[in-house]
Design a protein around this ligand. Structure first.
Ligand code: SF4
Ligand code: SF4
Length: 418
């Protein structure tokens, strides 16, 4: 019986083949060959040609709505019109034929706690884009890889090869250990530079700076036992849940931007005209980067999983590359990657500045359901702490839907990386 990792691998193979073809040719002229090659290799059946075409379109960041658009047209569009198309999470409907519909227990049905995914017997899966938080829960739940987020690598290829503007890779704190047990951060920097990135910048550096902002907000807002601060921290799912569903809590919500946005803005101020590509564990960051008030900061978002496949497609063996490491951040910034990290970083900084006011009493929740339960309590006036940290994924960013290693291992890597 074929399991999720089989279907995941065949979708990722399509992405790798697309990357190889575009990196080598610089154009979509050989895209058709991918389809033939994958059928000849037995990875897809003859009747699954539409699935390959849809996977290629999603891998190029394009939508599936325009059925008349050929794969070449879609890829060319992605190469020249640099924007990913919304909605970010999409269903490849032909893949749903692989599901056993007789019992009516399709695994995607119960995966969305925001009412954004609707399953209808006649129309199949539909996603309401205004309700979707791009949390990735449905993507994880589907055993056949029918649900997928779009990828933003195609428009970056040209920029990396042409070298007309410097392109910086801003890498999220959870990155340690994501590209192999024997691959250290300096080797990841080497690989990115070989691809044409100007440098790799740790977003944890900006988490360090934002910890000071959270400390300031805490001192400013929390003076009595009734006061509390909801940290905006780094999680766009948590932020969106509050913005969309709990507007009455906004007066207690820290106005700080995420470390990703701060990184993009600072880099663009220091290196005028540069482009910034964020690399992280999260689908929702693709959404955050395109927010109308924040889109000045980050040009493109790639996930660790996509990056790993790109390294493989380009035959980059990171374990054999030179170690170009230099320190950019502290432990406080790096542990933003796991649940409780923001609270710990704020506690350390309050102690360092000799905070005299009310004592920090932090509480953390993770996973969409627990975040929702906490926000419901706050809405009903039940306040159990004065610093509330929420992360949409279990374990925090290390448990994001687009990581390469399991949560506990990633948490250990982050905690040990000093
Ligand atoms: S999205 Fe996945 S789980 Fe849902 S019906 Fe399609 S194949 Fe089945
Ligand atoms: S990505 Fe999350 S919010 Fe969007 S449809 Fe899937 S489960 Fe629902």
């Amino acid at each position: 019986m074929k399991n999720k990792s089989y279907y995941q691998d065949r979708k990722l193979t399509v992405f790798r083949e697309l990357v190889k073809s575009l990196w080598t040719d610089g154009s979509a002229k050989n895209i058709k060959k991918i389809e033939e090659e994958l059928i000849n290799r037995g990875l897809f059946e003859e009747k699954e040609r539409n699935i390959i075409r849809d996977y290629i379109k999603l891998a190029a960041g394009q939508g599936l709505e325009n059925k008349d658009e050929s794969v070449e047209e879609a890829v060319n569009h992605a190469m020249h019109n640099k924007d990913i198309e919304f909605p970010l999470v999409t269903v490849v409907k032909d893949v749903c034929d692989l599901c056993d519909h007789s019992a009516g227990s399709e695994p995607c049905k119960a995966s969305c706690s925001h009412g954004a995914l609707i399953y209808n017997k006649e129309r199949g899966v539909e996603i309401e884009k205004d309700k979707c938080l791009t949390c990735g829960n449905c993507v994880k739940a589907c055993p056949h890889e029918a649900l997928s987020d779009k990828v933003e690598f195609v428009p970056i290829i040209d920029m990396l090869k042409q070298q007309e503007v410097p392109v910086y890779a801003a890498i999220a704190p959870a990155y340690v250990g994501q590209f192999g047990d024997n691959v250290n951060p300096g080797q990841i920097r080497s690989a990115l530079k070989m691809m044409g990135f100007k440098d790799m910048i740790e977003v944890a550096l900006f988490a360090d700076l934002l910890t000071l902002r959270e400390v300031f907000e805490f001192e400013h807002l929390v003076h009595t036992k009734e006061d509390y601060l909801i940290t905006s921290c780094c999680c766009p799912i948590w932020m969106n849940m509050i913005l969309k569903g709990y507007p009455e809590l906004l007066e207690n919500f820290s106005p700080a931007v995420s470390p990703m946005i701060a990184a993009g803005r600072v880099l663009k101020e220091v290196y005028k005209g540069c482009k910034v590509v964020f690399i992280g564990p999260c689908i929702a960051k693709k959404n955050e980067a395109k927010d109308k008030d924040l889109k000045d900061a980050i040009d493109y978002v790639l996930t660790y999983r996509e990056m790993d496949e790109i390294f493989k497609a380009l035959d980059l063996d990171l374990s054999k590359l030179p170690d170009e490491q230099y320190e950019q951040s502290s432990l406080g910034g790096r542990i933003y990657a796991r649940t409780g990290g923001v609270s710990k970083a704020v506690a350390i900084s309050l102690e360092r500045i000799g905070h005299q006011g009310i004592e920090l009493n932090a509480i953390q929740v993770d996973g969409v359901m627990d975040c929702k339960a906490m926000l419901d309590k706050l809405k009903n006036g039940i306040v159990e702490a004065n610093f509330i940290e929420g992360m949409g994924c279990k374990g925090g960013c290390v448990g994001g839907p687009r990581t390469n290693i399991e949560v506990q291992k990633a948490t250990d890597f982050v905690n040990q990386y000093e």
